[in-house]
Ligand binder design. Sequence first.
Ligand SMILES: Nc1ncnc2c1ncn2[C@@H]1O[C@H](COP(=O)(O)OP(=O)(O)OP(=O)(O)O)[C@@H](O)[C@H]1O
Ligand SMILES: [Mg+2]
Length: 256
Amino acid sequence: MSLLEAAALSKHFGGLAAVDRLDLRVEAGEIRGLIGPNGSGKTTFLNLVSGVLPPSSGRVVFRGQCLVGRPPHAIARMGIARTYQVPRIFRGLTVLEHVLVARATYQPLSLVPILLGTRGARQEEARLRAEAEEILQLVRLWDARDQPGEILPHGLKRLLEVGRALALAPVLVLLDEPAAGMIEREVLLLMRLIQKIRSQGATVLLVEHNMPLVMSVADRVTVLDFGRKIAEGSPEEVQRDPAVLEAYLGRGDGPA
Ligand SMILES: Nc1ncnc2c1ncn2[C@@H]1O[C@H](COP(=O)(O)OP(=O)(O)OP(=O)(O)O)[C@@H](O)[C@H]1O
Ligand SMILES: [Mg+2]
């Protein structure tokens, strides 16, 4: 059984099929690249998997359980975390607080012991803080932990998004163009981070336009065009697939 399985999955916006009868399986432990020209349905697919949008038809099954109809927080609790194409940074929260808040949404804390200030609550708080600090070290934002999230440079905001996703201790991590706007050094950091996420046992689905990144980090790559899968295989295979070249050349935002 695949970790994630989309079967005949479709999403229509009026007359437009953003995702069109898509069959896609992601195996446990892999780093899967998901690429395609602008508007090919990559983000829509992530929205369908994470419960942000309901599909028009078809199924998404995760660890044998159908996700259709479940709200995003329920899907997050099942072990699917994601980042957004536009980082979600909250005004007034420090970098550390962003990670703490993400953790708390995953596992709502009972307010009563906190209000009573019990020892259990203090221990719980210390544990959550230690976990958040560990994540910040992993995404290399430890030094920035007490800065407001909103003042981070763009690339570091994206790393913070990845950190927030990791706070959910996910089984599957969906990354929507994490390298967009990153400088070369940050992309390198991101690449190591993605490899580390996998080495810690999670599976990664990486939507990306940065071809050197996808091609060096992904085990397999799936290519979408107009909501359909036009190619799938190793990075080498998809790069020389005529259908892929055609799809990109047609729009002028090439894969290589
Ligand atoms: N909420 C929406 N309402 C109407 N149309 C939408 C909506 N979301 C996406 N679309 C359309 O669906 C198609 C797929 O969009 P999607 O954002 O999934 O593409 P993408 O592959 O993520 O593109 P990009 O690489 O530019 O991020 C596009 O034509 C887009 O305009
Ligand atoms: Mg997108």
